[in-house]
Design a binder for this molecule. Sequence first.
Ligand code: IDP
Ligand code: MG
Length: 150
Amino acid sequence: MRERTFVMLKPDAVQRCLMGNIVSRLENRGLKTVAMKFLVLSEAQAAEHYAEHVGKPFYPGLLEYIRSGPVLAMVWEGDNAVNVARQVMGDTRPFEAGPGTVRGDFGLEIGRNIVHGADKVESAQREMAIYFSPEELVNWTRIDDKWLYE
Ligand code: IDP
Ligand code: MG
């Protein structure tokens, strides 16, 4: 099922110069870039993004972390894009994430887990609308699409 998902490279990914590496992993897996934006989140954007976590003990630290520097907000498309992107990222807790995943290869702590990925199609749609207007989502055909899909 062709889907679009929302992925964000968090401030630690940017500061540790992992953007290119992580974008490459998503491209190599076969996902297609639909939108990218480099920005520092406003308080309102961060609160909207993490609305589901309001009131949890880690929430204040999470907001501080996510606003501590620039992030790369992105939309990716492909078959089962939501789950595929989460697989590429690995488990939420980097110390449990498998080798070969972004979090498993680059992280140790849950509070510095490098990357965000929407957990279902509805979340992806909600999240991409925080960062992108509909006109900013680019429709195009990857030249290797015919080799990625039968
Ligand atoms: P996810 O990012 O894998 O979807 P969620 O449970 O939705 O994981 O949590 C959102 C983010 O909140 C995590 O990626 C992580 O940055 C942060 N977080 C979640 N639980 C904790 C915690 O116990 N301590 C610190 N940060 C946490
Ligand atoms: Mg989540």
